[in-house]
Design a protein around this ligand. Structure first.
Ligand code: HEC
Length: 111
């Protein structure tokens, strides 16, 4: 019984992380590459670093990032320099749940 529950939890987890990855690759990677080659926006590694230093706990990280991406604005940006350099990120119109999924994937991303 316990083992079944464990397997169930593990597979939900696996599903969640690959779903977040899929969403990120489909919706964000055009501007945010995972390496330094891209110059139209900060790389996702730079963003992750800054967000993690402000929000070390995963739930805070997810909350802040998904709220910001839902409605990008200068007032609550953690990356003023990036706005100067690349201009404010456009509003994309995804729902909050989708953005939470992506933010969760980005928190766990390792390079
Ligand atoms: C059309 C290009 C574009 C797309 C698509 C895009 N972004 Fe961005 N994003 C930018 C630019 C440019 C910046 C840097 C300026 C800024 O911070 O507003 C940025 C900044 C950010 C930041 C830092 C915010 C801050 O200033 O604190 C986060 C987080 C972020 N993007 C997440 C995402 C996620 C998640 C997606 C996919 C759902 C995404 N972006 C899709 C262009 C884009």
């Amino acid at each position: 019984m316990k083992i079944k529950l464990l397997i169930l939890l593990l597979s939900i987890n696996l599903f969640a992380s690959s779903y977040g990855e899929l969403l990120f690759n489909g919706n964000c990677i055009t501007c945010h590459s995972t390496n330094e080659l891209n110059k139209s926006a900060p790389t996702i590694i730079e963003i992750q670093k800054i967000y993690k230093s402000s929000f070390p706990l995963k739930k805070d990280f997810i909350h802040y990032m998904s709220t910001w991406v839902l409605n990008p604005n200068k007032e609550t940006s953690l990356m003023d320099d990036a706005i100067e350099k690349y201009k404010l990120m456009p509003m994309l119109g995804y729902d909050k749940e989708t953005l939470e999924e992506i933010s969760s994937y980005l928190y766990d991303l390792t390079n």
